[in-house]
Each structure stands twice: as C-alpha cells, then as structure tokens.
Design a protein around this ligand. Structure first.
Ligand code: GZL
Length: 330
C-alpha cells in the first residue's frame, strides 16, 4: 500500500509543479499560440506599401520597435497599395497562428469578412494609421492614428488667414482612405465657409510622386489661373513641383502658386524651408511604440483605449527653422 501511495504522491506533485510553471521566464507568454518562435511574441503586420516617405518612416518605426532582442518576431507584408494583398496577408497570419495582427488599412471599407476570421481564430487585431469602417467594432481591439479631418481644418485655417478669393487645385490621396477622406472633408468645409474659394480642378495622385507629377501636368494643361495647390501628401507635392519646374511656372511662398502639403516628412520640410511649399501639416508616422504599448497592455490582460489620436502640428515657410527640422525624428 505504502509503495502505491508514494508513487501517486510523486506523480501528483509533478503534475501540480507542471501546471503551476506558467512560464516564469516570460517565454510562455499568455496567448502565445505561434509555433517554433522561441517564446517570441509574433506580430503579423500588413502594411499598405512603400508609396511615400511617410509610409517608409512608418515601416521603419515598426521594424525598430518590434525587434527579436525585445522579444518579438515581426512578420511584415507589403501590400503594394492593394487591399486584396492585405486580405491575403491577414489570412496568412491566421494560418501561422500569430499572436497579434497589426493592419494599416489602404482603404476604410471591405474588412469585415477577413477580420471576422481573425476574431474566430482568437487573434487580436490592432488598426494603425488610417481607420476602417466595420459592422462590428469588436473586429479590432484598438486603433491608433491621426485625425485627418483636423489636419485638413489646420491647412484651411492657414488659407483663411492668407487668402480671400482662391482658385484651388486639389490633388487627393488614395480615394477611400481615411487620410484622403479627412483632408478632403477639411477642404470642403473651408470652401463651404468661404464664398470666394473655388476648387477648379481635382484628381487623385494615389499619394505617389509619379502620379502627383502626372496630375499636375494635366491640371496645368487645363487651367492656368490656379492660386493654391492643396496636395494631400508631400510626395505628390514633389511631383507637382517637378511639373511646375518643367513648365517654368512661378510657385512658392515668395510669389506665384502657393503649395499646401501634408505629412511634414523631412524632405517635405526641406521644401518648406526652401519656400517651395508654403504650409505643411504634420502627420506623425511613428506608430511603432504606440502599437507596442497596446500589445503590452493586452499581454497583461488589460484593455487598451479603443481609439487613440496622435498629437500633430504644422509648419509655415515663413517661420520654419533649420534647427526645427534637424531636431525631428523623421
Ligand atoms: C497618413 C497616411 C498617408 C500619408 C501618405 O496617415 O495614411 O499615406 O499621408 C501615405 O504619405 O502614403
């Protein structure tokens, strides 16, 4: 009898020990479902693409944050600005049983079915940068990004201080993206408020420099009496500047067509310091640390804020300084 009790006691003790281990080395973190990851937190990141300086700074921020040294495995997939590539990436992350999915959505619509699959798989989804419209907001745990309508309103407030009557050329970003929707909304509110303002030409440059140049060349062929170019990101503004240079047309804060841009990337601020861009509204891309904070909260079983806007500013050609540019992180 004693022999059986002692063997049972040993087995019971071993079972209790094993069930209490809980990964005291942090290796077996809660919810770590991914396989062959050496105990790392696996983050699947579906990125829009590499279309702009802003986007590249955003990707850099994620890569610099989610390093192996800090206990992460980052799986980054570039969608080349195609939603179907992002949907496929999310499905791949689900197959891989990643711990978290981070989505920088190219457009607002069309995410319900794939995010429902992620929810069924029990994988938390964090939305970064642009927003999504969904029938069920439990499909994502948290969103961090910019208030794009406010960015547009900031640009319009500067325009209202500077101009009474205006012919405006408008180069939009990806149609259907929050950045385009919000910045366009900000301009529309300004036009509604100012009877002397007219949008004389408008088209989308997809946030790229090449397309921005093409659009501006077409605008200049159609309409020469443009006072302001309202350009929804720096890279399209760079393309527009190329078209103006080739057309030998005057532009800049000191005379000629005024250019208003968004992102305030380093290259965009250099153009603002050079007075080629008159006003540049910041759109902060450094979301890596913000997304990490959300994941750390989830790891601890805490509930992050559902919506988190980042603080942003703007720069005028008349006041920007070299020191300001040199002090910036991107
Ligand atoms: C804004 C971001 C936009 C940038 C563009 O948060 O989504 O996409 O303004 C980028 O430069 O392509």
């Amino acid at each position: 009898m004693n022999k059986h009790i002692s063997l049972f006691g040993v087995l019971l003790f071993a079972f209790i020990l094993a069930s209490c281990s809980g990964g005291d080395d942090g290796k077996n973190r809660p919810g770590n479902k991914a396989e062959n990851t050496d105990g790392l937190i696996v983050v699947g990141f579906s990125q829009v693409g590499a279309e702009s300086d802003w986007r590249r700074a955003n990707t850099r921020s994620m890569r610099e944050t989610f390093t192996r040294e800090k206990g992460y495995q980052l799986i980054l997939k570039d969608a080349q600005q195609k939603q179907e590539h992002q949907v496929a990436a999310i499905r791949d992350f689900i197959q891989k049983k990643v711990n978290y999915i981070v989505l920088a959505p190219v457009t607002e619509q069309g995410w319900d079915s794939v995010l429902k699959e992620a929810k069924i798989a029990g994988i938390p989804v964090i939305i970064m940068d642009r927003m999504i419209r969904t029938s069920d907001n439990t499909f994502f745990v948290s969103w961090v990004g910019s208030d794009f309508r406010k960015e547009g309103a900031t640009a319009v407030a500067w325009m209202e201080k500077t101009f009474k009557n205006l012919n405006i050329a408008h180069i939009q970003g990806n149609i259907g993206s929050s950045a385009q929707i919000g910045r366009t909304e900000g301009l529309r509110e300004g036009v509604d408020r100012n009877p002397g303002w007219r949008i004389v030409v408008r088209d989308s440059g997809d946030f790229t420099q090449v397309k921005g140049k093409e659009i501006m060349e077409r605008f200049l062929g159609e309409y020469r009496d443009i006072d302001v170019l309202y350009c929804e990101n720096d890279n399209m503004a760079f393309g527009a500047i190329q078209a103006l240079d080739e057309g030998r047309l005057p532009y800049g804060a000191s005379g000629g067509l005024k250019i208003i841009s968004f992102d305030a990337t380093r290259a965009g601020l250099e153009q603002t310091l050079a007075r080629n861009i008159s006003y540049n509204v910041e759109c902060n891309p450094l979301h890596g640390p913000r997304v990490e904070k959300i994941i750390q909260q989830l790891q601890l079983g805490k509930t992050p804020n559902k919506i988190a806007y980042v603080d942003e500013t703007a720069f005028s050609a008349d006041t920007i300084t070299r020191e300001e540019i040199d002090a910036r992180a991107y």
